[in-house]
Each structure stands twice: as C-alpha cells, then as structure tokens.
Design a protein around this ligand. Sequence first.
Ligand SMILES: Nc1ncnc2c1ncn2[C@@H]1O[C@H](COP(=O)(O)OP(=O)(O)OP(=O)(O)O)[C@@H](O)[C@H]1O
Ligand SMILES: [Mg+2]
Length: 473
Amino acid sequence: MNLGMEAIPHNWHEQIFNLLAERIVVVDHDGIILYINEAYCEFLGTTVEKAINRPVQDVIENSRMHIVAQTGKKELAAIHPINGSEMIANRYPLIVDGEMVGALGTVMFRSPEEWRMYKSKIQNLVEELKYYKTKVEKELKSKYHFHDLIGDSTTFVAVKKLAERISASNSSVLLIGESGTGKELFAHAIHNSSLRQSLPFVAINCASIPEHLLESELFGYDDGAFTGAKKGGKKGQFEIANNGSLFLDEIGDMPLSMQSKLLRVLQEKEVQRVGGQKSIPVDVRIIAATHRDLEKMVEEGRFRQDLYYRLNVIKIEIPPLRKRKEDIPLISMTLLKKMEGKFFRNGIELSLEVKQRLMQHSWPGNIRELENVLERAINVLDGKTIEVYHLPLYLRDQELVSDHVNETNTIMNNPTERNPLPISPLKETLAKVEKEAILNALVVTNGNKLDAAKLLEIGKTSFYEKFKLYDIK
Ligand SMILES: Nc1ncnc2c1ncn2[C@@H]1O[C@H](COP(=O)(O)OP(=O)(O)OP(=O)(O)O)[C@@H](O)[C@H]1O
Ligand SMILES: [Mg+2]
C-alpha cells in the first residue's frame, strides 16, 4: 500500500528530510552509506559525494549503524561521542517486506548547546514534579501530637514542656536541631495543640523547592504573571495557611533574596502576589526549622539578621539523641512496636548486647538513623530477637572506632578526663572517624550519596573522593 508519498514531488524529498531531522543517514545491510544529508556532512567536515558508498564507520566516528543493520535492534536516545562533543542519536533498523535491508540514523540535537537548552528546560520540569510529589505525599501523612514525641529523659521532657506551653501563643517559633531529631514532629505537635489546630497547617520545605518557584509558591501569582501561569492566578502558601500555621522547614536554605521578601511579609502581615498590585492581609503563625547554625550564618552574611530576630522569638532546641541516651531503649521499643504492624510481626525483642551497642553509638542521624537501623534489622530477622549480627556493619564491626568517637565526645564535654586508649597516629584515627561518619550518613540517607554529602556538609566531589579512598561498598 502506498500512503501517498508519490504525491510529493521527488525534488522536495531532500528538503523534507532536512527539515524533519537535521542530520540523517541511511545505510544498507552491510553498513554502506546509501544516503546522508548535507547537514550531517557539514558537521562531519566532509561532503555528500565523499561519504556516499563508503562504510559508515569510516565516515562517522564511533558509528554503530552497521551494527544496527545487522542486529535489527533499535537504539534510541543513545549518547554518541563525536568530534569531541556528545550527540543524541537514534538508530532504527529498516525492515522492508519483512526483510532487514539496512538502518536509518538520526541525530536529535544539532549542537551540545541545543541539547543543554532542552535539558535545562526538562530539568526544571523534573524538579517541579519532584517537589509537588513530595508535597502531596507529605500532606497525606497523618499529623502528629505531643504524645507521639517519645522520650522521658529530663532534657527531652523539658523541651517538650516548653513547646507545649508556647503552643497557644501566636509568636514565631524557631526549631533548631540536628537532622532526624524530630523538628517536623514538633512543628505538627505545636500546631495541633494550638488554638489554630482546626485551621490549616501548611508545610513548605525551603531546601527542596526549586529557587525559581519559591516566590510564587509562597506568595502566589496573578493572572498572566509569567508564561505558563495558570489562568486566574494562584494562591500562595501564605494565603492557604491564613489563620493557621505555616511551617517553613529548612529555613537556613532559603536564598537571601527570598529572605528579604519573607521578612517584609512578616512585618507587614500582608502578601502581594507575583505580578499583582493589591496587598492581601494574612494572619499566619510561623514555625521555622533548621539543622543549620543560623547565628553563624548571620555572622557570615548568609542569613539576614533582622529575619533571624523575627523568627527567633521562641527558640526551641531539640537535643540530639546522643545527649539523651537514656531514651534510646524506650524509643527503640516504641519504634519496633510501630514497625511490627507494618511487617505483620509481633513480640520482637532486642538482645542485651544490641541494647548496649545502641546505647554506645553516637547517632549522628538521630532518630531517623535509629529507625533505619531497626527497620533493616527486622528485614533480616527470622526469629524474635534482634542480635548484633542483624545490625549494619558499622554498628557491628567498628566497636573500637565507636569507642574512639565516644571517648572524643566525653573528652570534649569534659576536658579534664584522660583518654585511656592507646594513641595511634592522628591521621589514622581521623581516617577511621571520617570513614565512620560517611558510613553513618549513608545509613541515614538509605544509601543516597548526594543526600549523605549534604548531611556531612561537604561537596559531592569530595564525598566521592573519600568514598573511593575508603573503599566503601
Ligand atoms: N521524639 C520522637 N519520638 C519518636 N519518633 C521520633 C521522635 N523524633 C523524631 N522521630 C522520628 O524520627 C524521624 C525524623 O523526624 P523528623 O522528620 O521530624 O526530623 P527532622 O528534625 O525534621 O530531620 P531533618 O532535619 O533531617 O528534616 C521521623 O520518622 C519521626 O517519626
Ligand atoms: Mg525535617
């Protein structure tokens, strides 16, 4: 059957090919070039006359066209290094009357710049998608109350009492604490025991939201504010949270330019949508959280001092797990009980030695790390008792290193104490501690290297170097 190609004058074909795919090549079953267009030849530094009838691998560097003409397997969006840059190539086998006669190759982007342009556009979309996805997931999660915050050590109980007491106030709260200490739980709990409890609780993660979205996300936008803006505009999170609480998580990661805009809203208690003229009054209780040292950031000019003062009306410092080790057994048992339901198990216990190990460890990833360790143990457990060999390697084998770390901690907290351990070269000790820190971070982030690097506050290149250096699997 002919689909009407013959209606197209023959001398148009060339130009149509050129417009359809800027670079195009056709080879026969043996990989001999039957057709190649000018655009492709120009890029290769050759001419159509010179290229035609030659083996494709002699004309196009790294070509795989002759292979596709043999295997019959198409290769889509393959990265093809050519002339020192990378092209995106598609290679299709040509099957005519049921017989493989050759292959067709196209190049999707004319230059790396063009590819980069597409890539960055897509990248933005991917980021937006990721952001909304986690947001939707978060919103579906149940809300927490103070009784969900486990711990009866005096340190923790004091912090919890303070948080409960200030819940009813309208003043801004700043939650400070290391990663995994429960900042988010505290934020929920404060809202849920405030007078605003039946009104919206809106959470925004300042670190995960792409910078170009942050302003319109917080303040909304008006009709026609930018291309792609929804018709009729969109409410920002401030408007959505009106009369309720707005949780600004990872506030330390908010770019400086946004900090100024946020400060203005907090002072004036009204927002202006992006591209909008009128001011909309808002009454929102701010709960901010960060694992960063904001005071240091203020000193270094990375966080606005005036904003810091605004947020820091009520400061709540959540202690890390290593400063309330007596809570570890209770938290572990509560977490286990919760997980049992998820795994359809019951009566799971910790062996005495495991309890000791858990008490000994310094928990840089805090409760989140403890959760991961226990969940991992349940996964590999067949009986009812979690033994040392169910723990991850770094808790099992690195006894000595953990002791070192604990020693270092006690010595730092109590400088008069002597170190009873044999002294080894500083370099070795540091390397051990560094390796353990990396392993711990990887456990906390479930093996995600980029997140682990962030947690350790080192660049990803340096993270990968160390990862290789210590031969971490
Ligand atoms: N006191 C607690 N009792 C029981 N579980 C807790 C407690 N604190 C935290 N958790 C659990 O630990 C995990 C981490 O808590 P959360 O997400 O609130 O930490 P975070 O301080 O916000 O950490 P990050 O800075 O990494 O965001 C959660 O799964 C939470 O349920
Ligand atoms: Mg958090």
